[in-house]
Design a protein around this ligand. Sequence first.
Ligand SMILES: [Zn+2]
Length: 136
Amino acid sequence: MNTYDKFLPDDIPAWQTPFWQSLKSNKVAVQRCEACGTYRYVPKELCPSCQSVAAVWAPVVGEGTIYTYSVIRRGPTEAFQADVPYVIVHVTMAEGFRMVGGLLGVDPEDVKIGAPVRVRYVHATDDWTLLAFEPA
Ligand SMILES: [Zn+2]
């Protein structure tokens, strides 16, 4: 039985599934342009730099620094409301692209822009592992 009561991905196109599969294995695979090397996150059908359709799924180290953040004080549903205040971070990953996720294990008053973080895998259900961050 699914007891996870927060948002889960919905209507994921088949060509984006390698990202979600990687999370289930406690890894992060991000689309990377075969023509120019640009990381494509979120996944895209065309490279935003060179418009190539050719891409591979490349493992990334899963570490970065906080670019900016928001402290959420009113949750969108009862399940999220139970966690307030919580933090959503934009992280500049070691490879240069940015990802967004929850920041776990830090008091919202102690969050610092530029602080090092790493990916934390949240095994929400048997089918879904979600990406969050924690202090590195
Ligand atoms: Zn490209």
